[in-house]
Design a protein around this ligand. Structure first.
Ligand code: ASP
Length: 416
């Protein structure tokens, strides 16, 4: 079903974007009204999450191989790669600059106190290694091991290579492989659609539990800090990204937002870009009519490396911690924060709390004590939900922008 098609005749409550919004509101109300029941109900949310995770690896592999093997022109792939890289850098840098401006205006760290006796969770350290290490981790030593571990980047690299070499062959065998991949992809997509039907239930259960489990007092103590990150994320979500979408992607932000709603609300309730990926891809292709080659390239890659919300958060949190310690970071040091926040967002996995863990890298780069993180941990869950929705929204906006820049299209698909 393409965006807008047939929607007019349907009652609003049968439309998925209204269902997920309803689930969001009901989940919050239920969590407040019946915390005990909501915590037990969380089990349904876990089931939903598991179902999504089950689909990720086959979906990425099959859709990338299918997309790339259909491209006989290498220049097209080059344009796709370059446009993606430019968009990721542009949108993430914009997010960090927004964060830096807000944190310098509001000074959310000035009134904060280092949490007494607070300590960081055990094993709290980001994955080490420099650029060389990162590049090494792009290639799987063993494809099945990477797939079994759910390591998305090496699976993407292998799928790209497999698809490129498949596109260069023209034998009886290679044609069978292409048909096989196409058939398997159709099955996985049907499964994804079925999972999407369950999204409202999963979202309701996950949100009710989060609300039931988090206390409200911590929000009062960290109100200014929460406000600074929240404002930055909202600005990037509702102003900067829609502007990029309108001017570079040529799409109407409102109708695109409606198409993206199921993925965005799922990202918000799961706090995981990776777990949301099957929905993100389905929303891009089926609801917004994006070409599958672009979405199968931009979205899985984006779910691991393009994290605008996380990058913005890293910058605000690092500066708020500096302010808490009474340390003034001059423009040069803030430039270091910008650069490391960018790298940290690339390195952060698409899972809950990954951004918090990567904050260590940013703090160390400007010589701040990492214990400062203990102070802001209390409100991290909700901020994580907000930054994950922003991350996924940026990936979806990127799909439209890259489609426009690279000129890739799907014959027969309607792009409004
Ligand atoms: N949870 C975020 C995501 O999955 C990453 C983060 O913690 O910032 O996109």
């Amino acid at each position: 079903m393409l965006l807008g098609m047939g929607n007019q005749k349907k009652a609003f409550y049968t439309q998925l974007h209204w269902q997920v919004l309803g689930a969001l509101i009901l989940g919050i109300l239920l969590g407040l009204a019946a915390p005990g029941f909501s915590i037990r109900l969380g089990f349904l949310g876990d089931l939903f999450l598991r179902g999504l995770k089950m689909i990720i690896i086959p979906l990425i592999f099959l859709s990338l191989v299918d997309g790339v093997s259909g491209v006989r022109d290498a220049g097209k792939l080059g344009r796709l790669g370059l446009s993606t890289l430019i968009y990721y850098t542009l949108s993430t840098t914009l997010a960090i600059i927004t964060g830096l401006i807000i944190v310098n205006l509001i000074h959310p760290g000035v009134g904060l106190r280092l949490a007494e006796g607070a300590s960081l969770p055990e094993g709290f350290a980001p994955a080490g290694g420099g650029l060389g290490d990162f590049l090494l981790r792009l290639l799987p030593e063993n494809f099945f091991h990477a797939a079994a571990e759910g390591a998305v980047l090496p699976v993407i690299s292998f799928a790209l290579l497999f698809g490129i070499f498949l596109s260069r062959m023209d034998s009886e065998g290679s044609r069978s492989v292409e048909r096989c991949v196409k058939g398997a992809l159709e099955v996985i997509q049907a499964l994804t659609l079925a999972m999407i039907r369950l999204a409202p239930v999963g979202i309701l259960a996950l949100l009710a539990r989060v609300v039931a489990e988090s206390g409200l007092t911590v929000f009062r103590e960290l109100a200014l800090y929460f406000l600074a990150v929240g404002l930055g994320l909202l600005f990037h979500f509702f102003i900067s990204l829609p502007l990029l979408l309108r001017f570079f992607g040529g799409r109407s932000p409102l109708s695109y937002l409606r198409a993206a709603a199921p993925a965005l609300v799922t990202a918000f309730s799961t706090a995981s870009s990776s777990a949301t990926l099957p929905l993100t891809m389905e929303c891009a292709e089926e609801r917004a009519g994006m070409p599958s080659l672009v979405s199968s390239f931009v979205l899985p890659l984006g779910a691991t490396v393009n994290m605008d919300g996380t990058a913005l958060y890293e910058a605000v949190a690092a500066l708020a911690i500096a302010q808490m310690y009474g340390v003034y970071l001059d423009p040069a040091q803030q430039a270091v924060v910008l650069l490391t926040a960018l790298l940290a967002s690339v390195g952060a996995a698409g899972i809950p709390m990954a951004g918090l863990v990567m904050l260590v890298v940013v703090l160390q780069a400007v010589g701040l004590p990492i214990e400062g993180i203990a102070t802001i941990i209390a409100v991290d869950r909700v901020l994580d939900m907000m930054r994950t929705a922003t991350n996924v929204w940026s990936d979806l906006v990127g799909t439209a922008v890259v489609t426009k820049w690279s000129g890739v299209s799907d014959a027969g698909k309607e792009c409004s």
